[in-house]
Design a protein around this ligand. Structure first.
Ligand code: BGC
Length: 766
């Protein structure tokens, strides 16, 4: 097909432009311009020059029709681009914000929206059009290597934090790519694994967070996951990408694939993907554009799918800063954003234990143990890493508030960290980009009991940082990653044995993006602060919390189990990867569909839904987090609001002597009915402002009756059964302060009957 018409793209002539496009031009618009992030192959493929060095990908320009290229950058904890460029003295560092877990644990949607604004602004000012985040996958198991990028084991928290993030980012005139749609809750075999899940668990747990984000914040783009869902790759899964996403939820943006496209033998699944409604194939291989052209010519691919996706691509492009010809500065206000990240990291930290030692007043000198005290991990590894200008470590954070660290110990560790990091850099293996992108965890060093003893005299307190690193492509192991290593256990014992008898407190800081084991060692220490991977201002935030400059108000958005294996998903979570080569594991090289699968036998019983329903002991429950003050909850008022919603209000009073914030969490217990229900489910939450001692605030939350529904597979509908519902309001799933009942009528809502598993699953039941 040839055409001579040459309209220039505008927001009002999309039809005309589509008419003027050749088949080849259409195909090219649906296939990205290659990968720019780790090999610079965007340039290699010859589509166009690198627009932003280190960005993950681009869409291809069409000069003839006035269609600019647009730039896609990772995501999600800040803008991931190269910090330095060849023959350029300017630097392009981006602010390192807290990882997903940390941000979500703030339970503060306003704050998350402010972080989103700052991230969106850096996306814009660094010349990018879309940032590849937020990550909305569910923490199905604590061993997933990318949990740090995700928010929670609970879809409501995931959704509400995701909505806030999306609104913040998109307020800057750039887009998000909510990812990885869907059920990408493990990294092992991520590109070949078939996630086998009941329709109910899909709708209630794995898709729900995406549903909130789509319905409430209109994301410009969504990224389909690598894995397959019930026998069909997410990237080519029409049920997922069209029936659920567009027909049921009304999604209006574009879907892009995750960064590799499936190959069957040597062929691609291009036709499937285009038909499924995957508008953009990223990073993009020339062969995919050929597939589209050949598919249409041979009659295997209906042009209507191509045209439909092209239209959506153009609708996306006309919204972008590139299309508006926005003159980006390459100079976002990193100083202003540092203040925002600091505030959010402080609020996302969770105080897990405090045997009366915190906040420490009059702290002068601290003995700092653990390599991560000196090499504080701002974020995780892989595409989710950010090239940060700095990461405030514990030494600096303490120093900034006038607290010094013991000189000898500091010198030993600092020398080691310098040496070990230099060695790591020298040993860098380019094939391991996903592990090398970001800061790996260094091995602990053995500080002898004698050396520890020497520190006792010099310090007022001991702080031990336990660091963990994780990232894309690999899940975590139980030994040494979830559990403490032998060296770490020895360090805790030695420090505890020396400091506690001298009446000097031992405090542990957890510098990890994901959950670790605490039950076996927590009695040996006086306080535990989970600082997560809090972004570049971490050390400052920790110092603020330890000394009481800030009162901790973070609450866990995931259960901390006693053992990693306590989660019912353990049975079906891969832990032995011996049969796979490393390249297969990370998703490169040969991929053989159908070679691996994961049965979600725990079904809807993910996280607290399991632990609370089956009454299992945990180390720290969902929603848990200590404060330096105390709060009292009034009797709640629960009443109907119109015919489709319930309004819950409760007054929270600060009854202690320090100002602070509290989160009211509303768990709902359903009446006995036709569908089995978890013991309770979180259906609303609200955080107070900073309340002064004696001050109260009334929090009102509206819960649509639809929110209380479960998925009724038999009728392919959302169903809220009629009966009396109990609203349980508390400070964690296991610390309920007040309850109230309300009688509700039945509510139903039909949706597409799709995505049923193809094999029988042996589902967990009460
Ligand atoms: C990751 C995505 C990321 C993309 C681009 C993929 O391997 O799974 O999360 O956005 O790479 O870097």
């Amino acid at each position: 097909m040839t055409t001579t018409a040459q309209p220039k793209l505008s927001a009002t002539n999309i039809d005309e432009v589509i008419k003027a496009m050749t088949l080849e031009e259409k195909a090219q618009l649906l296939v990205g311009g290659g990968n720019d992030s780790f090999t610079g192959s965007g340039a290699m493929l010859g589509h166009q020059e690198r627009l932003v060095a280190g960005a993950a990908g681009i869409t291809v320009e069409n000069k003839r029709l006035g269609i600019p290229a647009t730039v896609l950058t990772d995501g999600p904890a800040g803008v991931h681009i190269d910090a330095t460029r060849k023959n350029d003295s300017q630097t392009y560092y981006a602010t390192g914000f807290p990882v997903g877990t940390c941000l979500a644990c703030s339970w503060n949607t306003e704050l998350v929206e402010a972080v989103g604004k700052a991230i969106g602004n850096e996306t814009l000012e660094y010349g990018c059009d879309v940032i590849l985040g937020p990550g909305l996958n569910i923490h199905r198991n604590p061993l997933c290597g990318r949990n740090f990028e995700y928010y929670s084991e609970d879809p409501f928290v995931t959704g509400k934090i995701g909505v806030a993030m999306t609104r913040g980012i998109q307020s800057q005139g750039v887009g998000v790519s909510a990812k990885h749609y869907a059920v990408n809750s493990q990294e092992s075999n991520r590109t070949i694994v078939d996630e086998r899940v009941s329709q109910r668990a899909l709708r209630e747990i794995y898709l729900r967070g995406f549903e909130y984000v789509v319905r409430e914040s209109n994301p410009w783009t969504l990224m389909s996951a690598y894995n397959s869902v019930n026998g069909k790759y997410a990237q080519g899964n029409k049920d997922l990408l069209t029936s659920v996403l567009r027909d049921d939820w009304g999604f209006r943006g574009i879907v892009m694939t995750d960064w590799i496209t499936k190959r069957e033998g040597q062929g691609l699944f291009t036709i499937d993907e285009v038909e499924a409604g995957n508008d953009l194939l990223t990073p993009g291989f020339p062969a995919q554009a050929e597939d589209i052209v050949n598919g249409v010519k041979s009659g295997k691919l209906d042009i209507k799918y191509v045209d439909q996706n092209v239209r959506r691509m153009l609708e996306y492009i006309v919204k972008t800063p590139r299309f508006r010809n926005y003159q980006f500065s390459n100079k976002p206000d990193l100083k202003a954003h540092a203040l925002i990240t600091r505030q959010s990291s402080t609020e996302g930290m969770v105080l897990l234990k405090n045997a009366g030692v915190l906040p420490i007043k009059n702290l002068k000198t601290v003995a700092l143990f653990g390599v991560n005290s000196y090499d504080f991990l701002a974020g995780g590894l892989g595409s989710g890493a950010v090239n940060v200008p700095y990461s405030v470590d514990m030494v600096t954070g303490l120093k900034n508030i006038g607290v010094s660290t013991t000189p000898q110990l500091t010198e030993i560790y600092q020398n080691y960290v310098k040496f070990a990091n230099a060695k790591l850099k020298a040993d860098k293996n380019p094939m391991m980009w996903f592990l090398d992108t970001g800061r790996p965890k260094l091995d602990e060093i053995d500080i002898t009991a004698r050396c520890v003893q020497h520190e006792v005299k010099e310090a007022d307190a001991a702080i031990i940082t336990i660091g963990r690193q994780a990232g894309e492509g690999l899940d975590r192991e139980i030994e040494g990653e979830f559990n403490l290593s032998a060296a770490e256990k020895a360090m805790i014992s030695r420090v505890s044995d020396a400091f506690r008898p001298a009446g000097k407190p031992v405090i542990v800081i957890i510098n990890s993006g994901s959950v670790i084991e605490t039950a076996s060692w927590r009695d040996r220490v006086d306080a535990i602060l989970c600082a997560w991977q809090p972004g570049e201002e971490g050390g400052n935030s920790v110092a603020d919390v330890l000394t009481g400059k800030a009162n901790p108000s973070g609450k866990l958005t995931m259960t901390w189990p006693i053992a990693a294996t306590d989660h019912p998903s353990t049975k079906n979570f891969p832990q032995e990867m011996d049969n796979y080569t490393f390249r297969e594991m990370i998703g490169w090289g040969a991929q053989i569909p159908g070679r691996d699968y994961t049965n979600h036998e725990e079904d809807i019983y993910v996280g607290y839904r399991y632990f609370d329903t089956f009454q299992k002991e945990v180390a720290y429950p969902f929603g848990f987090g200590l404060s330096y003050t105390t709060f009292q909850f009034s009797k709640p008022a629960v009443k109907a609001k119109g015919k489709d919603a319930v309004e819950v209000s409760i007054t929270v009073k600060n009854t202690g002597s320090t100002s602070g914030k509290e989160v009211a969490q509303v768990y709902v217990q359903a009446p006995k009915g036709r569908l089995e229900k978890p013991a309770q489910e979180l259906k609303a939450f609200a955080k107070t402002r900073e309340l002064q001692p004696g001050e109260s605030q009334t929090l009102s939350m509206t819960i649509p009756v639809r929110e209380l529904a479960s998925f009724d597979e038999a009728h392919s509908q959302w169903l809220t059964e009629a009966g009396t519902y109990t609203f349980r309001i508390g400070s964690s799933s296991r610390d309920i302060h007040a309850t109230a009942n309300i009688k509700l009528n039945e509510y139903t809502e039909k949706v597409s009957n799709v995505l049923a598993p193809k094999t029988k699953l042996n589902l967990l039941k009460q």
